[in-house]
Design a binder for this molecule. Structure first.
Ligand code: EPZ
Length: 424
């Protein structure tokens, strides 16, 4: 198993090219299950989670071709079964996204129920309730969701109990082929939803209101193939900007989209960063200054993204002053706190709120990655800490950050992937 060895203390400076968004790529890669034709998806990041979803498709007999230019061609006309087994789903919850398209196109699906995960229990009741309201018969047996519909799904008016990104995506895909109109209320407004809706529209779907909290889908008889690109990864972008901020450096993210990051850029400015943006780039310059602590609550888009909470906590850990961070989306997303404290941070958690008092310096230490974004917060802290930090369980980072060491090295960081044989 790999570990990451970071020798901290270097001021990051330079340009970094942002990859396609993991959380946009996953729904885009399952949407081709809605058609018997080739769909080509561009700007797909090479990540563990992407490999997992492609394995799920491969298991169903779908033809998948990965091209050198970062695009993936998917043709579901070769599909042989509509089953997503536990062995694959358990490694990635987003596999549940196959449920809506399978049911809409093939009238049945057998998908393993994803379990809880490190950041919380994460049920999928809203996905199932939505599909039931559209006429699906759903049975949960031996850890599997067995879903069936006689004929086509029927359009319905749905109101989600909470804002759910995956739930919105699942129902949106299912509704494209339903009979009649589906209205999704309290829909998620994340940029990833817009990316998916635009791809579905390019496939012939009739969708209004994506990016607002009410999405209206007029079902059509059939969709067709298309070519569509994954949007830039806003969380990867924000993570590199935080790395620049904590080291007092200057980082320019290329192939990025500033419009997706409004609240994150505002918080970085509040922390003392000078931010400049162009159509597809964002530059952060700390001019050698230490960041100032900021406070925020995570919230569904356009609020502060939960996927940036841990990285900002690492910035606060070395800032001047005290920042208060409340996590409102997931019940257990502070697992990076004990690890940051082992590096000398001063963070106290009370329920869903963390109080972070910035310290003058952090010290390198052996630390354990617990989930994807928690791991990135340890990387960010390690870049600014004195001495060596050895981050264990690196596979968490590999789920969501493409070519991490290469990109950080390009910014001047001292980062090396090492094997646990050499660094037990
Ligand atoms: C997506 O997860 C992202 N994953 C997550 O990214 C992200 O943290 C999350 O949205 C919130 O922004 C992908 O896009 C692949 P939700 P998702 O359904 O769709 C509860 C990362 O680090 N809920 O919006 O699974 C749920 O438990 C990650 O890249 C129900 O109770 O999240 C959570 O508390 C991890 N019942 C809240 O809603 C449901 O049926 C929001 O979850 C569905 C959700």
């Amino acid at each position: 198993m790999d570990k990451l060895l970071i020798t901290g203390g270097r001021v990051l400076s330079g340009d970094v090219r942002i990859s396609g968004a993991k959380n946009a790529a996953l729904p885009l890669l399952v949407a081709p299950l809605l058609v018997d034709a080739e769909v080509i998806i561009g700007n797909v990041p090479r990540l563990q989670d992407v490999s997992t979803i492609l394995k799920v498709l491969g298991h169903m007999g779908v033809s998948v071709t990965i091209r050198d230019n970062g695009s993936v061609s998917i043709d579901a006309s070769t599909m042989t079964n509509a089953e997503a087994p536990y062995e694959l789903v358990r490694t990635m919850r987003a596999s549940i996204l196959v449920l809506g398209p399978l049911l809409a196109r093939h009238g049945e699906a057998v998908v393993s129920l994803p379990g809880g995960c490190a950041i919380g229990s994460r049920p999928v009741d809203q996905h199932l309730k939505g599909l039931e309201a559209m006429g699906a018969e759903i049975r949960v047996e031996n850890g599997y969701v067995h879903a069936k519909v006689n004929g086509r799904l029927k359009g319905a008016r749905l109101v989600f109990d909470m804002v759910t990104v995956g739930g919105t995506e699942n129902i949106l895909m299912a509704a494209t082929l339903a009979e009649g109109t589906t209205i999704i209320e309290n829909a998620a407004r994340e940029p990833e939803i817009i990316n998916l809706a635009e791809m579905l529209q390019a496939m012939g779907a009739q969708i209004e209101g994506a990016g607002t909290d009410t999405i209206v889908v007029h079902g059509v008889q059939a969709l067709h193939g298309c070519r569509h690109d994954v949007i830039p990864d806003r969380i990867e972008t924000g993570s590199y900007l935080c790395a620049g901020a904590v080291t007092g450096g200057r980082v320019k993210t290329l192939a990025a989209d500033p419009h997706q990051l409004d609240v994150v850029l505002l918080k970085l400015q509040e922390a003392g960063a000078h931010i400049n943006t162009g159509p597809d780039w964002i530059e952060l310059d700390m001019r050698g200054q230490r960041p100032k602590a900021v406070s925020f609550r995570t919230a569904p888009h356009p609020g502060f993204p939960t996927d940036m909470q841990a990285q900002f906590m690492a910035v606060n850990a070395l800032a001047t002053g005290t920042g208060t961070i409340s996590e409102t989306i997931f019940e257990n997303r502070f697992m990076h706190v004990p690890e940051l404290n082992r590096m000398g941070a001063d963070i106290h958690v009370d329920g869903h709120t963390a109080f972070v008092t910035g310290v003058n310096s952090l010290q390198g230490a052996p630390v354990m990655a617990t989930d994807l974004r928690a791991s990135m917060s340890l990387v960010i802290a390690a870049l600014a800490a004195n001495g060596d930090t050895l981050i264990d369980r690196l596979y968490h980072v590999d789920r969501g950050y493409e070519r991490l060491e290469e990109k950080l090295t390009g910014l001047g960081a001292n980062v090396r992937r090492v094997s646990s044989r050499d660094y037990p």
